[in-house]
Design a protein around this ligand. Structure first.
Ligand SMILES: Cc1cc2nc3c(=O)[nH]c(=O)nc-3n(C[C@H](O)[C@H](O)[C@H](O)COP(=O)(O)OP(=O)(O)OC[C@H]3O[C@@H](n4cnc5c(N)ncnc54)[C@H](O)[C@@H]3O)c2cc1C
Length: 305
């Protein structure tokens, strides 16, 4: 089976791309398999018209709307490998091989859980990553921010911004780096507490965070902990050999959204640290428009439209 475009990943980026390409009358396979990034979250916030929609419901609506387009196939199938080149890709699915003129990667990122007792269990509920996504729901509660060495340069802006949602903010460095005197001074000026001792565990009751326990045995009361654990690309993306930036995100041409591998495009979380469902959806539509433009020109000139 020859598709114009195989889209790998059916989150906000892949769904949006499939919609735009479907409406442009391209033959599309949208493949999605495996856990979605926000699987642990109960509600998806900050997406206009969908604020508060459960993530699974968002995807269900997306697939339902795609079903109106007979030229779009939406399948719960995993892409195992991609070979070939621009115009003639071979895409190995779990059960069969298909051909594609273009490939669009919308595979998201994998969050690596930190080896702190309680972190994995509380991820997506009391341990969260984005105040725009969940800050409103926990406004004026006791906020903790887990600052890791890799994100030390973002500590001050993130912590000061957090004060817009809560007056009760504590930064935990988990003993991972030395806090410079000017950073300490800025946190203090904003009324933000600083705990530099290693974190030994997250104390929870009924799956809700109650305190962050330090190696000293002290328990700092907290209702929510913001954290940005390291992220990695899925194996398929690593195996493809597309160029990554210094932070591990897929490099794309900002206008065309094409990766370093000709004919392979990327959209959504895997390309940026600016991660939100609406950003991913926007990038998916953008990539789709660029792919469609290129394909339509090519096919029209070849007399194949
Ligand atoms: C806990 C949590 C809560 C969040 N809450 C919000 C929120 O409230 N509001 C908001 O805007 N953002 C939120 N986000 C961020 C948001 O979820 C992401 O920015 C968004 O989902 C990114 O969309 P995406 O399409 O790029 O990737 P994803 O949504 O991660 O989708 C990628 C899909 O590709 C699939 N896939 C990967 N490899 C393959 C393969 N080989 N074959 C087939 N399929 C594959 C994955 O299984 C996954 O289903 C949250 C994130 C987290 C971690």
């Amino acid at each position: 089976m020859l598709y114009d475009v195989v889209i790998v990943g059916g989150g906000p980026a892949g769904l949006s791309a499939a919609l735009a390409l479907g409406r442009a009358r391209k033959r599309v396979l949208l493949s999605d398999s495996g856990p979605r990034r926000n699987a642990a979250a109960e509600h998806m916030q900050n997406f206009v018209t969908q604020d508060g929609t459960p993530p699974g419901e968002f995807r269900r609506i997306g697939r339902e709307q795609l079903a109106r387009y007979p030229n779009v196939e939406s399948r719960e199938v995993r892409v195992e490998s991609i070979s070939g080149s621009r115009g003639a890709f071979r895409v190995d699915l779990t059960s069969e091989r298909v051909d594609a003129r273009r490939v669009l990667l919308c595979t998201g990122m994998v969050d690596e859980m930190l080896p702190i007792d309680g972190f994995r269990e509380l991820w997506g509920h009391s341990v969260i990553q984005c105040p725009y996504c969940h800050g409103w729901e926990v406004q004026d509660r006791r906020w903790g921010i887990l600052a890791l060495a890799a994100g030390a340069s973002h500590l001050v802006p993130f912590a000061l911004q957090a004060r817009g949602w809560s007056r009760d903010v504590t930064v935990f460095t988990d003993g991972s780096f030395d806090v410079a005197p000017d950073v300490r001074a800025q946190l203090e000026a904003a009324g933000i507490r600083l705990e530099t001792a290693p974190v030994s565990r997250l104390v929870a009751r009924d799956n809700r965070l109650e305190a962050v326990e330090l190696s000293s045995g002290a328990a700092v009361p907290c209702d929510v902990l913001f954290a940005h654990p390291p992220q990695r690309q899925v194996e398929l993306v690593r195996a493809l050999g597309v160029e990554l930036d210094d932070d591990g995100y897929v490099r794309v041409d900002p206008m065309k959204r094409e990766t370093s591998v000709p004919g392979v495009y990327a959209a959504g979380d895997l390309t940026t640290r600016m991660q939100a469902a609406i950003f991913a959806a926007n990038a998916g539509t953008h990539a789709a428009a660029m792919i469609n433009l290129e394909l339509s020109m090519e096919l029209a000139l070849a007399g194949a439209l």
